[in-house]
Design a protein around this ligand. Sequence first.
Ligand code: GLC
Length: 575
Amino acid sequence: MSERKTGQGMEQMWGEQVVKLRAEDAARGQLFSDGNYAMFIHWGPYSNLANEVDGKTYYGIGEWIMHSRMAGIPVDDYKQRAASFNPLQFDAEEIAQLAKDSGMKYIVITSKHHDGFAMYRSKVDDFNIADATSFDRDPMQELAGACKKVGIGFGFYYSHNQDWTCPGGSGGPETDAAGQTASFDDYFQRKCLPQVEEITTRYGAIEIVWFDTPGEMPKEYVEQLVAVIRKNQPDALVSGRAGHDLGDYQTLGDMDVPLRNVEGMWESVDTTNDSWAYAWYDEYWKSPQEILRRLISCVGRGGTYMLNVGIRGDGAVPKRAARTLRAAGAWISRYPQVVYAVDASPWQHALPWGDITCKGNTLYLAVWQWPTSGTLYLPGLKSDVADARMLNDQKSDRVGFKKEQHWIRFELPSQAPEALVSVVEIELAGAPRVDPVWGLDPEFCTEIQAEFAAVIGATKDSVRWMEKFGEWKHVTRVHQWQAEGEATWEVDVLVPGDYQIDLTYAGEGRMVWGVGIKGGEHIQNEQNSSHNYQTFPLGLLAFPAPGRYEVGVRCIEGNIEEGSLQSVHFTRAQW
Ligand code: GLC
């Protein structure tokens, strides 16, 4: 039975990403905007296969296991395998409690993924957990109830366009069981529309309906689905991947936490390891500190962070996932003010030692690299500091500070109060006014990405690729260099002297790069390269006095067309 080819790659299927200012109806999405942190759950019969089919392991995002990009399991074969899905370990209350303990404000779970299997008792299609397996329960009902009980929100992921097992669905069979040609409209009228009606009427209040990969789905269908949601769940948000700009906010590409502030309402969606669905081999779990760094940076850029857990085929949560989420959650319970209902950082980007969120005239400096010198340097703050405190769980100790040029130096204890992230709370005398110039930190390496460069005679753009299938990496690069092409950054120096320059780039063969200060020293060096982004040393560059400098990078020799610069690193030589 031939499948309805989509011809689009996954990222094209995500649709256009459009900045979405706060919904005109502010009530919608309160939890999204103030909560800033949520649990994404991928769970389905693919979790039971766990990336292994007939003894062969397939590496990549497990929910795609039946797709030709992974194991290419024919529809009937997949349906047979799905019948053995029987997750008796599933404990909705334990999962809702885990989300709560992790500091997450709502859960969004896969009610139906691209494989077309409904994870609830659907009346319109029998390829569902209650009718197609011996697991005669409705886990979505249980989880909706459990979330309500612990006081967190609940929402559904629903693959509205792709359905690989339903005739007419995108990527699905082109004919039905009787051999009749099945159109997308058949799939939509017979399954998609009535199922969205089901999930928005039978599980109580819904926070979000998370549509995905709209691909080439015609606009009128998306409009109908949004209308059903508005009718049944007026306060629910529709995800950015609804299609045709009909979502209520922007969903960035998978696993993308942006480097620069993004306007409007948006979310980053990320994984606790490298797969959305449970994959037996994937033990590459993010540490609690890594989770906090990505969460705080996402919030610091103005977004909401939805972090995924892939529940196992038996219904249990992988132990290591629960452990790292709980450890990060314990920290959030001590410093909720850093994450919830805060605004983006006025610095527009992270800093060498951590990141910043703010609330009114209060700044929260989240420090995950503790200065052994006991001095924390903050560049570009124009507002006066009224008070500065080192938070230590419920206590806080005043810290000394001194303004120097365009910088503030904070005198911190030599020992960090927290193992994961320590917080310095700054009370300003007025609203935060900041010059987001990149300051070269006197103590830590300052890595400045190509994202922030001004470019002539080269191309600056963003590229994303998959390491394993579905494991997305995102880079902004400067490439396609022409002779005399240059990328420049303005930097501010407090402590003059020599700074070690390293470059992160990809390329082909040996390359000569040059780095120079406008009107100052110029250095160049030859180093090797590969198609992976790697960091190579260039040498020392002198910044003779405190002040502003324009630093330029050139790709001078070698295959400059292929030279692809990701970032430049400045580390003060302390000798
Ligand atoms: C992509 C994948 C899908 C996954 C989603 C999560 O669209 O195709 O499998 O559920 O990303 O964001």
